[in-house]
Design a protein around this ligand. Structure first.
Ligand SMILES: C[S@@+](CC[C@H](N)C(=O)[O-])C[C@H]1O[C@@H](n2cnc3c(N)ncnc32)[C@H](O)[C@@H]1O
Length: 217
């Protein structure tokens, strides 16, 4: 498969910022009670539906992966950026992290009980998102859950600087209805959603969306 430009630039940007990104985000979850509540809800519904393997797709340095592991999930991380994967492995040697793209996952059909995409769909052009959501649906077992975190809006913002470096990252802000539509087009059913206002370190409202793949767990 020929790799699209946006995948190459996203990987290169996160390779550049990996170490600083991890340092900057360290401990931030403690100041985000709504985000932690959604992660706890995700962990609880996955465990209630029989537990089983979970993946954080676009896991970056593994901060959220490790948090969900501490909540009792059997979770691994997958990310586009080899530098992010290296940082995640160094910080959390007890967990498994691998390189991979959410547009073409190297995972068997119906092999996961939970998929988490925490601010990782945000760099993908909207017209490519159906491919990504089809992958989420393919790798989830019936009864499995999908959790998405995203930036709420309807625009593209380009980042030429970030985490102390020159980068080139497109960030797509999405409406919660659009995220719900992407999931429902694959056959998944919405469980719940949350939109919260921006914290002082953020540029706009943040969205969280939970869906379930129908079928018996
Ligand atoms: C904003 S960071 C979020 C990292 C982590 N989920 C967190 O919240 O700390 C976005 C991450 O998604 C990854 N990513 C973006 N597009 C991806 C794709 N197509 N496949 C896999 N990972 C991707 C990037 O490499 C980056 O590490």
């Amino acid at each position: 498969m020929i790799e699209p430009d946006f995948v190459r630039t996203t990987r290169a940007s996160y390779d550049t910022v990996a170490v600083n990104y991890a340092e900057l985000l360290d401990g931030q979850l403690q100041n985000k009670p709504f985000d932690r509540a959604m992660l706890t809800a995700f962990a609880d519904v996955v465990k209630a539906a029989d537990g089983g393997p979970v993946a954080e797709l676009g896991c970056g340095p593994g901060l959220i992966t490790a948090h969900l592991h501490s909540l009792g999930l059997a979770i691994r991380g997958i990310d586009l950026s080899p530098k992010m994967v290296a940082v995640a492995r160094q910080r959390h040697p007890e967990l498994q992290f691998d390189e991979g793209s959410m547009l073409d996952l190297d995972l068997p059909d119906e092999s996961l009980r939970g998929v988490l995409a925490w601010y990782s769909i945000i760099h993908t052009p909207p017209e490519q998102l159906p491919v990504m959501f089809a992958e989420f649906h393919r790798v989830l077992a019936p009864g499995g859950h999908l959790m998405i975190a995203f930036k709420v809006g309807d625009e593209l913002r380009h980042l030429a600087q970030g985490y102390g470096h020159e980068i080139s990252l497109d960030v797509y802000w999405l409406s919660p209805d659009r995220v719900a539509e992407l999931a429902s087009h694959t056959g998944m059913v919405e469980v719940g959603r949350l939109v919260r206002r921006a914290d002082p370190d953020e540029k706009g409202p943040q969205g969280f969306f939970l869906a379930r793949k129908p079928g018996k767990a």
